[in-house]
Design a protein around this ligand. Structure first.
Ligand code: SF4
Ligand code: SF4
Length: 704
């Protein structure tokens, strides 16, 4: 009786403390902004199934991933037994000394036997794996467990939590063995492994051993549950909600600031009454300076982080010695929230102390080192979105402090004045299309790239708009890609046209720099032009503009079917409109560099490989497809000095390519092509290794 009362008392205290801990978290969540629409319930549940229950992301590191998955699946089974133990305790069964009654769910029969047997086997497996994890963490020098953000107490916390899990498993094994001896043939459930310990347990002390193990196990469960919210192992609770609430949009889609949209509409059209009617949404602050400026998803991201370091281990900035570590970005948020939480709960969002997330925790140099490649988000086993925190802080720096790197400011001024990130005249935007020569039936002829305005004058709407983009219009390599793609369009007799000087910069780089006003202004101007020409289908050679127009323009009223030129070429080959001749590349060893905004951002890995497979064999780099390393140009890095480090990112990526022994690096982005060419030049390999866009390879193969 006393034990029964004691158990109820302990349970109430534990649950009470847990509710108190969670209530603080819920109050903070209520204080923060909503991140995005939470529709797509089906897709979200599917993601939870894949990422959490099937452990697909964690398995990307196969050996340790499988070990972790075993622990997770084992925990699920053991939770069934633990739940039953709490029920048993609340009813008082373990204390009545009647072996026939002491398992409340025993009536489930065979299903019960299977579940309990599974739990028993996994208790042993988990115990062994936890010992392996403890050895690995404490005695092996695993690089991703280190980093400036990993404090001594974080390591102690990790080991302590593992030790608690080990004790949980050992007490469960001991309890199962003693229960087996105590109840004999009346045992409910099967204990295939723990029953092997029966010989070590005297029959007359079995019940007392069982009860003490029962109490130990239950006390550890209650302690562990209440320790978790203050430990790195909080992901045990938070990973399922975090994965469920993660973004369902492409990684590289950046949010649209609705408050800015109203102001930009006013700037572009001051008389629009519908715009004036929406003026009530003045933001408290542009971007993110401190934790209360974030969304509740940023917050639960920070609580779900397991500190595994997978994100940092694939970050190109970190790999090349720059200050940025995506794990630190997430941990900075959690630590700053822990520091400010009490004040925020007391005084609300107006509470201020003398610090802020930026720059006291996360520094300027870290934020400007990011290439927005999203390798971190791709790799995170609990679907944390690091780049959105980084980009929101850049928005704060740009829009509130006007302190962006000077070259980024020049880039913005150029876009404002010339509609391009460089100091070129807007009137020269269509110069790339001059004097394009193409071989037709063995004869060279000049091709004429049509303009939408000309087509419109003839009352025609071409099927495709060829969106050239700033790099394709002004950058030497980019112009070469545009010319080659125009030849392919002509050769395949595609009904297309360009905007020419009516096209202006897409706003992609301005957006990644945090200049949301300029980005939206550019986007709206382009949308107005394209909508006026009734554009429906767009094809572009630039993965960054492809991403912006496909994923970000719809928020501003631009809805188009957008294709990257590698997808378009793939379709042309499939339709038989172009037939590639492999002869010219038959002795060429090709490797392909995946552009982050095409591959990781928009899931297109196959189209470029499909085309390349028609002309030769591809040797993959060790980091390829979703694991591909960024070339170092994205996220505005192309337009600024690289942050301090021990290597250029493009150099590291070039080393990846050279390791394959290739003599042709195929690319599918003007910026990637520039970076890889720079890398080959730096390595003094220009004679042996060529860098070509897929469009150039196709043109050469067609012999046009
Ligand atoms: S987006 Fe890329 S560069 Fe930026 S933090 Fe993530 S991995 Fe690093
Ligand atoms: S953010 Fe994700 S990948 Fe990075 S340490 Fe945390 S859990 Fe691991």
């Amino acid at each position: 009786m006393i034990e029964h009362i004691l158990f109820i008392f302990v349970t109430l205290i534990s649950v009470g403390i847990l509710i108190w801990s969670f209530s603080k978290i819920f109050r903070i969540i209520k204080l923060l902004k909503k991140p995005y629409s939470l529709k797509n319930v089906g897709e979200r549940l599917n993601r939870v199934y894949k990422v959490v229950f099937a452990q697909t992301k964690i398995m990307r590191f196969p050996i340790v991933g499988f070990m972790h998955a075993l622990v997770f699946w084992g925990f699920l089974l053991i939770t069934f037994g633990s739940g039953e133990m709490v029920l048993d305790g609340l009813i008082g069964l373990p204390f009545d000394n009647n072996p026939l009654n002491d398992r409340v769910l025993g009536f489930l029969g065979l299903a019960y036997d299977i579940l309990i047997a599974g739990g028993d086997i996994f208790a042993w497996i988990i115990a062994i794996l936890i010992i392996a994890f403890l050895v690995r963490r404490n005695f092996m020098k695993i690089k991703r467990f280190t980093g400036k953000e990993m404090r001594h107490r974080d390591h102690k916390d990790a080991s302590f939590a593992l030790f608690l899990i080990l004790l949980l498993m050992l007490s469960l094994i001991g309890m199962n063995a003693a229960y087996f001896v105590h109840t004999g043939i009346n045992a409910k459930g099967i204990f295939p492994l723990s029953s092997q310990l029966a010989d070590f347990i005297p029959v007359n002390s079995a019940h007392i051993i069982e009860l003490s193990m029962w109490w130990t196990h239950i006390s550890l469960i209650f302690f562990f549950a209440n320790y978790l919210p203050y430990s790195k192992h909080f992901h045990v609770f938070m990973s399922i909600p975090n994965v469920y609430f993660s973004r369902t949009e492409p990684y590289t889609k950046m949010s649209t600031m609705a408050n800015v949209t109203d102001e930009v509409k006013m700037m572009l059209n001051p008389n629009a009454s519908s715009v004036q009617a929406n003026q009530s949404t003045e933001p408290e602050r542009f971007g993110l300076k401190d934790v209360e400026d974030g969304t509740w998803k940023n917050y639960i991201d920070s609580l779900a982080c397991t500190q595994c370091g997978r994100c940092t281990s694939v970050c190109p900035a970190n790999l090349t010695g720059k200050l940025l570590s995506p794990r630190k970005i997430v941990l900075d948020y959690r630590r700053r929230m822990e520091e400010k939480m009490r004040g925020l709960l007391k005084e609300g969002k107006t509470y201020q102390d003398s610090k802020s997330l930026y720059p006291d925790y996360t520094s300027y140099a870290e934020l400007w080192a990011c290439t927005t490649c999203n390798a971190c988000a791709q790799e995170c086993p609990v679907s944390i979105d690091h780049p959105s925190i980084i980009l929101e802080m850049r928005r704060y720096i740009f829009l509130e402090e006007s302190k962006a790197p000077s070259l980024i400011n020049s880039m913005s001024t150029n876009i404002e004045n010339n509609g391009a990130p460089w100091k070129y005249s807007a009137a020269d935007r269509f110069n790339w299309a001059k004097n394009i020569k193409m071989k037709v039936n063995g004869e060279e002829k000049e091709i004429k790239v049509s303009l939408m305005s000309e087509k419109s004058a003839e009352n025609k709407i071409p099927e495709y708009l060829f969106w050239v983009g700033s790099a394709g219009s002004y950058d030497e390599g980019g112009m070469q890609i545009s010319r080659n793609f125009a030849k392919i369009l002509e050769y395949a007799k595609i009904d297309y046209a360009c905007l020419g000087t009516e096209e202006t910069d897409s706003g992609d780089n301005a957006k990644r720099a945090g200049n949301e006003f300029l980005a939206q202004m550019q986007a709206m101007m382009n949308i107005e032009t394209m909508n006026a020409y009734k554009v429906k289908k767009i094809v572009t050679c630039d993965p960054h503009d492809f991403n912006a127009i496909k994923n970000e323009y719809p928020d501003l009223g631009g809805n188009y079917e957008v294709m990257h030129h590698t997808q378009f070429i793939q379709d042309l080959i499939r339709q038989g409109k172009i037939v590639l001749k492999p002869d010219i590349f038959k002795n060429t060893k090709i490797t392909f560099h995946d552009p982050c905004y095409l591959g990781r951002g928009n899931g297109e890995y196959n189209a470029p490989r499909f085309t390349l497979s028609k002309i030769g064999n591809i040797t993959e780099m060790k980091r390829n497809k979703s694991r591909s390393l960024c070339c170092g140009a994205g996220g505005t890095q192309m337009f600024k000095e690289a942050e301090k480090g021990n290597q250029e990112i493009y150099e590291l990526r070039t080393e990846d390519a050279l390791e394959t022994g290739c003599n042709l690096i195929a690319t599918a982005c003007p910026m990637c092509m520039t970076m890889m060419k720079d890398g080959i030049k730096m390595k003094d390999k220009e004679q042996e290794v060529k860098v070509m866009d897929i469009a150039e390879i196709v043109v050469k193969s067609l012999g046009i």
